[in-house]
Design a protein around this ligand. Sequence first.
Ligand code: COS
Length: 386
Amino acid sequence: MMDYYLTEMQATLQQLAREFAAGTIAPAAAEYDRSAEFPWPIVREMARMDFFRLWIPEEYEGMGGGITEMALVTEEFSRACGGIALALAGTALGTFPLLIAGTDEQKRRHLPVLAAGEGLAAFCLTEPEAGSDAGAIQTTARLEGDRYILNGTKHFITNGGVSRYYTVIATTDPSRGARGATAFLVEEGTPGLIFGKKEEKMGIRASATCEVVFQDCAIPRQNLLGKEGMGFIIAMKTLDRSRPGVAAQAVGIAQGALDHAVRYARTRQQFGQPISAFQGVQFMLADMATQVEAARALVYATARMIDAGAKDYGRESAMCKVLAADTAMRVTTDAVQIFGGYGYMKDYPVEKYMRDAKITQIYEGTNQIQRGVIARHVIKESASGL
Ligand code: COS
């Protein structure tokens, strides 16, 4: 791996995450992939090791880390299992609306709980009819006295059914489209918060994904995040911050598959020598390693840009997500190829990496949506003479 000259604290964190991934996540990955159960014992261990404090500011009992720290840990966890890593990365995603738009009082109440890992979080934006077109949400929130009443269905919700906090985008004014969207915090146990169908997924099977239904779900008015009508902007800002996390997950998945492919190529004998002696295999490994490093470099550069206080990083967030997710798909497919017939079998680890990689091209905005975002920026910059 290239030397990114991490700070001492970042290098220590990376090492800690690497050891945790190798010692605790990797041995359990295949079994959770098979059973599709939520990895509670590992999540509790993550909490005990303080990993959930990472992205929470120090004044709310966190470690005050940034996107860089989150990316480093997500990458290392995903190198062992992209699904188990999502318990942590999905909680970061679910927490961002509170960090972006919450009041000091809201933060004081909820962030220490999240920092201690006593509760996970989930971000509820997607609906059956509002995927890429996030402005088309139909879930409504109606103010009645001092309560908002939520009605509607969110689906494909990561950490759905296992979280304590649900940050929800609903419309308070359907006539205004995206400008009528508003963000809310809904706590587990609220009457009318119902968990629907649990999804049976191709990959990241250790991650809980389910439908989240609101049926006359009444929440206190003070659970409004930001202001009415700001929900779409909060959602977009959330995604701008979280996409480097998906990109880091993709880099980790790609690196994990590459690790296995190199080890296998060194030991698998054909024609009287290890297959790593053949130039055809060497060139594949060289391209895989180069692509993973290029994706990692863009993820770290984007994370550092965000942590340094950049104002607008939507373009870079989308770029690193596209590059890393496409890289993960290519590299994991090539890893299966290097394993040959064994690669196609569930007895070997690489087919899981290929299945896990696929989602990174789809969720938190498909790679087509990311390209749309990048193109908008590029064209706007050109028009303004930059
Ligand atoms: N940061 C801040 N504001 C943003 C923004 C961003 N990154 N992106 C858009 N906005 C603002 C716009 O400036 C606009 O504000 P005004 O109404 O004040 O002009 C408003 O939000 C609407 O923006 P826009 O017209 O660009 O919205 P579109 O409906 O065209 O949608 C895309 C834009 C496609 C980028 C958006 O719908 C999207 O990201 N879709 C993918 C959703 C997604 O990632 N889903 C995955 C599920 S979440 S796990």
